[in-house]
Design a protein around this ligand. Structure first.
Ligand code: ZN
Length: 135
């Protein structure tokens, strides 16, 4: 296999294309607009309509586990007052998902291709497939 699982994970965590490692998942000059495909290798990012619903779930889950649960525990343990905890929870519920937006898209691609590395065009070519199948 040309692109290994380790490369897929590393590229996903670095917000790079899982196929070629290119650094242009998002359109230049935009924060939230994903390219339709990789400008370097042509990999189509959105496999089907709704493909990135998983990214929203990842974003929600990470926000919940990494931010809201610690705020709740700090409030429950008496470290934070009630008003501060509610303020942090409400503010963080809006800000943290925006901060994780780009990464969550990349994580979705990483998870998909971790389970289906043979769907990457770079790996298909090695298996004898054609370059433009389902790209
Ligand atoms: Zn690429």
């Amino acid at each position: 296999m040309k692109v290994t699982h380790g490369q897929i994970l590393a590229r996903g965590l670095a917000n790079h294309c899982p196929n070629c490692g290119g650094n242009r998942l998002f359109k230049a000059g935009t924060l939230f607009e994903l390219n339709d495909g990789c400008p370097d290798c042509g990999l189509k990012f959105e496999k089907d309509e709704g493909f990135f619903l998983g990214a929203m779930s990842l974003n929600y889950g990470v926000t919940l586990v990494a931010y809201l649960v610690p705020v709740l525990l700090l409030w429950y343990g008496g470290v934070l007052g009630g008003r501060v905890a509610v303020g942090l929870a409400c503010g963080g519920s809006l800000v943290v998902p925006m901060l994780l937006y780009r990464s969550s898209r990349s994580w979705q691609l990483m998870l998909y291709y971790s389970f289906f590395p043979h769907h990457l065009p770079a790996n298909r070519r090695e298996l004898g497939g054609t370059e433009d199948e389902n790209v």
